[in-house]
Design a protein around this ligand. Sequence first.
Ligand code: BG6
Length: 298
Amino acid sequence: MNLDELNANFALPERLHFVAGGGGLPKCVIDAEEASAELYLYGGQVTHFQPHGEKPILWLSPDAIYKHGTPIRGGIPIIWPWFGKHPKFTGLPNHGEARIQHWEVIRTGLGEEGEVTIALRLESRGGENACWPYPYELVHEVTVGRTLTVRLTAHNRGLRPCLINIAFHTYFRVGDVSRVAIDGFDGRFYEDQVDEMKSKKQVGPVRIGFEIDRVYIDGDSEIFINDSAWERRIRIDTYDSDAAVVWNPWIEKAGAMIDFPDEGFRDMVCVETGNLALDARGLLPGTAHVIQAIIGLE
Ligand code: BG6
């Protein structure tokens, strides 16, 4: 569908419409009763969420690339159906294929309290020539109220069971990452991706003063990003998401990424929630699996 068709079929007067975003890609602009948001159909990716009167909650790289084949750096990319490098084949996209596909809009709606919902779908018939041989359907429902709710349902539409990784790779905006403390991980084990995947135990809140890339398992369903510079606390409530990744590239890795400003690592942190690594899930034919995150300010 082109922009005119999207607006004719799905726009909500004064609340939701579609425009050409970066690289001319279709972008949904939402102005709900209590917050604004933006979402690209490419990647089915939320790129902005801001409760009225507050600073933005999500980080979006000013150097993000809006081009088919490249994931948008920032917001909430979707990890599906593998995490990181493909388990077997080199040359396949990092974090799977959902974040570099065009999703279709299936529904928009307005709730009783002025919250706005948009639902998107991504389908694949799989097959031996596909990146992922198993047929699937993903449905991504995004609701913008005082909080942002992202709910992702994965259906196995094939005849074989498969093992899936599924997560929200959320980039959060913070005032000064070196003054951030993240609660929800105390006492939990993690694989340290910058130290030979060693298993370590978290003691106290997560603090960031160097490159950090950790996969936590057996997580808490409530995570808090305490941001002293901006004197605010972001709360993430998750559903059926036992794994979480905390990632900040710090100086060297930030400098090596073309779509990431050299100093960008100072005002972001990724807290990614879902099922990945040791928390990968089996998905039987004809069944579905749901993850959800509710993101807001305390
Ligand atoms: C995190 C990984 O989930 O994503 C990191 O743990 C990775 O290892 C980061 O560097 C960013 O990945 P990408 O593919 O978006 O550059």
